[in-house]
Design a protein. Structure first.
Length: 213
C-alpha cells in the first residue's frame, strides 16, 4: 500500500456529523469541520483520547487542533498520521517534563525548603535526605554538636511498617498519615510523631516526613 492508498483508508468523505467506533484495531471514525472544510478521520481510540485531553487542557476545540496541523503541513497527505505524531510528541514532552519535576533533586528541595524538621524516607526505610531544621532537632535531642556523620549514625524507626504506611497513603488519596517514630544515636533514643505524605516521585516510592513533635 502506498502513501496515497493509506491516506484514503484514514480520510473518508462525509456527509454529516459522524462519530462511530470500528472493531478493527479499536478505530473510531469522526467527522470534524476544520477551517470551513469537513474532514472524516479514522484513528485509533487511544489517539482520540489523547487528542481530546490535549484539547481540554488547552481549552481549544479538537477541530481547531486538526485544522492547525493540516494548515501548517499543506503537503501532508495523511492527516491521521500527523495526528498520531502530534499526540505522541505532546505526550512524550509532558512525560519528560513530569520526570524533571519529580526527580530526586526537586524532592530534596521540597524537604530543604520546609522550616520545620523534615526528612525523606524510601519505602525500604532508606533515609535519603533531611533538612537543617531536622539536624537542629537531633542536635537538641542528643546534645550533639558534631553531626557531620548524622546520616550514618542515626537509627530511625517508625511505629508502622513502611509498606503498610505506603498502602495507607495510597488508599487515602495521599492525605497525610500521622504515625509515631523514634530516632536513636549512641545509647539514647528519642520518640516523636510525624506527618507522612507520598512524595511526587516517579522512579521510586518516597515519603516526605514532617516532624510534629
Amino acid at each position: 500500500m502506498d502513501v496515497r492508498d493509506q491516506a484514503r483508508s484514514d480520510v473518508e468523505p462525509v456527509g454529516g456529523d459522524v462519530d462511530k467506533a470500528s472493531p478493527a484495531a479499536g478505530y473510531r471514525f469522526r467527522a470534524l469541520t476544520t477551517n470551513g472544510k469537513r474532514r472524516g478521520l479514522r484513528l485509533e481510540a487511544q489517539f482520540w483520547s489523547v487528542l481530546e485531553t490535549i484539547a481540554s487542557e488547552e481549552e481549544r476545540r479538537l477541530s481547531d487542533i486538526v485544522g492547525d496541523l493540516a494548515e501548517n503541513s499543506p503537503d501532508a497527505i495523511n492527516i491521521a498520521s500527523l495526528l498520531r505524531v502530534y499526540a505522541l510528541t505532546r505526550t512524550s514532552q509532558q512525560l519528560w517534563e513530569m520526570r524533571a519535576r519529580t526527580g530526586r533533586e526537586n524532592i530534596d528541595r521540597l524537604v530543604q525548603a520546609c522550616p520545620s524538621p523534615a526528612f525523606l524516607l524510601s519505602e525500604k526505610k532508606r533515609l535519603y535526605a533531611f533538612n537543617t531544621a531536622f539536624v537542629r532537632f537531633v542536635s537538641r535531642s542528643f546534645a550533639r554538636e558534631n553531626l557531620e556523620s548524622l546520616g550514618r549514625e542515626l537509627r530511625l524507626n517508625l511505629d508502622q511498617n513502611t509498606d503498610v504506611l505506603v498502602k495507607r497513603l495510597r488508599e487515602g488519596d495521599n492525605a497525610f498519615v500521622q504515625v509515631g517514630f523514634a530516632v536513636g544515636m549512641d545509647d539514647r533514643r528519642v520518640r516523636g510523631t510525624i506527618n507522612a505524605v507520598l512524595a511526587p516521585a516517579w522512579k521510586e516510592t518516597l515519603m516526605i516526613c514532617y516532624v510534629v513533635d
